[in-house]
Design a protein around this ligand. Sequence first.
Ligand code: N01
Length: 544
Amino acid sequence: MNDTADAAVPDSGTPDLDALIVGAGFAGLYLLHRLRGAGFRARVYEAGGGVGGTWYWNRYPGARCDVESLSYSYQFDEALQQEWEWTERYAVQPEILRYANHVADRFALWPDMQFDTRVAAAHWDADGLWRVRLEAEGRAPETVTARFCIMATGCLSTANLPDIPGRNSFRGATYHTGRWPHEEVDFTGLRVAVIGTGSSAIQSIPAIAKQAAQLTVFQRTANYSVPAQNRPLDPAEVAAVKADYRGLREEAKTRFGCFVVDLPRPSALADSPEQRVAEFERRWQTGGLTFMASYEDLLYDAEANETAAEFVRAKIRATVRDPETARTLMPTNVIGCKRLCVDTGYFETYNRPNVRLIDINEQPISEITGSGVAVEGEEIAADAIVFATGFDAMTGSLKRIDIRGRGGLPLRDAWEAGPRTYLGLAVNGFPNLFTITGPGSPSVLTNMMPSIEQHVEWVSDCIEALRDRGATVIEAERAAQDDWVGHVNELADASLRSTCSSWYVGANVPGKPRVFMPYIGGYPAYAARCAEIAAAGYEGFAIR
Ligand code: N01
């Protein structure tokens, strides 16, 4: 840590808060608990009307986590993880939201959280404080000062709504999966159009198809999906995990994605075709994200990857009765390049007589009309349109806030060519600003809950360390940030994951710079590096 860098900051007086936290998702809740416990005056501001972050907004039918519930939960408090009862292998959205509310109750977080309040701007002032502008409907904007500003804004929270001509002329109801209404949406007897075939679409399409009179799916890129094989949790299995919850958590921390699946075999190409199919089939039957852990080289060797891709295509061919629909559903890109989807009855849904698939590469959408979706050659009548078109991932929620650092530098300008961070936690030019699971950290490539906990603990330990030595300002150094960005890019370039038009590289948002945003080296290597940097007195940070 470099104590001498940069000019001294004038005494700033007492701010309204030691730490201002943006967002009441799982990161914001734990930050508040942890910082308060360390004696800091912390407060959460949240645009939504309740806690839960992504699980507050993503209420679409079929929404469920595809990391197993016993692992997708906090581990920082043993009593909490012992007392909470998950009911299914993969928890549904309402259950995860209940869990978030339970955590807020259990740790008495409510008095220090303010809802329906959007953080519109955060400006670093010469006096060494963040001045944060809050906006709430029906109230005059308010400014709060804070020593530290912590962005717990989530990686997938700013909806991507494509600018399709005529979108606003549609007379029926429109929905975005990531902004689903709180009241129940009933599609019974309606003609529904779903645009997109990512994870949210793949979860919601089977549920919508059961209600709708007619469902038309507009697909731009076919997607790989594996069955969840969801089931109620067996009490004996839960008891076994709870008898040594710490053991499961510690084991997870040694794994790439920070959750435990069967260890991969070394190389798909080293096995015979029969052995390979047997291994893929075993993982397929186990269900979920374990499929991509079949072999170590699936994301590094195109030929190995193709063996897994072809296995999934064969499953689609065997499941979908109409050969033309099956062909359209078969992806041709690298498996795992876009986030692997996990489904319950997705491909089977296309065997229903009320479901139709349109490949918009062959029949492009020309416009949305008052009464439906017009593609080349025909208009598909619809009473409702569901945009399952994803998010402005990882940077969208940060760039939406007018964040200005030293010398008034806007974050939007600093990141014009793509996000640049040190460890995905801090940004040069933006002192005392932290980003939880920011770009440049493993985040979305891992189980988000332990990745959030690792960041929250690192940040709160860092703020405590500053207090202990009487320092008030910390800032990532330019050289350390450049080295980290270089390292993140180098790892991404070696992987097949960076080779397609995914939201990992920002390709889903027109005009967004193409940069592979998450750190691809896995949780263990990343967490070890963060710990080393802290142990070395916050190497790569200037502190004063
Ligand atoms: O979004 P997506 P999502 N015209 O970006 C298409 C997490 N998640 O909300 O692939 C037509 O994946 C787009 O097409 P293309 C998970 O990490 C987790 O589904 O860009 N189509 C794509 O098909 C996931 O990866 C869980 O060619 C357009 C779709 O819309 C991430 O969130 C559940 C279009 C968007 O897919 C995002 O998933 C759900 C346009 N103009 C989500 N623009 C669980 O844990 C976009 N598309 C269970």
